[in-house]
Design a protein around this ligand. Structure first.
Ligand code: 5GP
Ligand code: MG
Length: 174
């Protein structure tokens, strides 16, 4: 498999993702019960979110936020901007914040601060992937799909300059 002329190595297969997403959903609904709001960060987590919500056996609501960080396309920076806020009120609601990958932590730190001001009754964080060794700020996700090595990853919603989101597995760019 190639993208922009670079070869890709499969890191996590479609089957492994499916199995893990199912496990995450079980854990999350055990903790949160029903009627929580899934807040998904665009664009990277839309595929993960779509699969995760369909594994829940309880009623949930879904909303999206769009955030971006300045800096090069492969590295997040300290300044994170909220480009699109939620459409729904989350005051006194149980909220599950979902992102594709936790890297430096700048993005989720900013979004968590932003959401806390809206006074949800509970705020939990779920990420599919965690590049633990890259963390620059103290932030721990409550639910983590997979710990991954410090490589640039694409597929399953994650892009390289907008390409690769549609790949079914998760790949490292060689
Ligand atoms: P953080 O703010 O934690 O450094 O970065 C989180 C965001 O950076 C993720 O939501 C994702 O958009 C992007 N990111 C971090 N690592 C990767 C990666 O390996 N591949 C891709 N495609 N995006 C990444
Ligand atoms: Mg992202």
């Amino acid at each position: 498999m190639h993208i922009k002329g670079r070869s890709l190595s499969l890191l996590i297969s479609e089957e492994k993702i499916k199995e893990r997403v199912r496990g995450l959903a079980r854990e999350i609904e055990k903790d949160l019960g029903e009627n929580f709001v899934v807040v998904s960060l665009l664009k990277g987590s839309f595929v993960f979110t779509a699969d995760l919500i369909r594994e829940f056996s309880v009623p949930v609501k879904v909303d999206f936020m769009w955030v971006s960080s300045y800096g090069s396309s492969q590295e997040s920076s300290g300044s994170v901007r909220i480009l699109q806020d939620l459409s729904m009120d989350i005051k006194d609601q149980k909220v599950l914040l979902v992102d594709d990958i936790l890297d430096t932590g700048y993005t989720l730190r900013k979004v968590v601060e932003f959401l806390r001001e809206k006074e949800p009754s509970v705020l939990k964080v779920c990420v599919l992937l965690d590049k633990k060794e890259r963390r620059k700020v103290e932030l721990k996700a409550d639910y983590v799909g997979f710990e991954v090595p410090d490589k640039f990853l694409v597929g399953y919603g994650l892009d390289w300059d907008e390409e690769g989101r549609n790949l079914r597995g998760i790949y490292a760019v060689d």
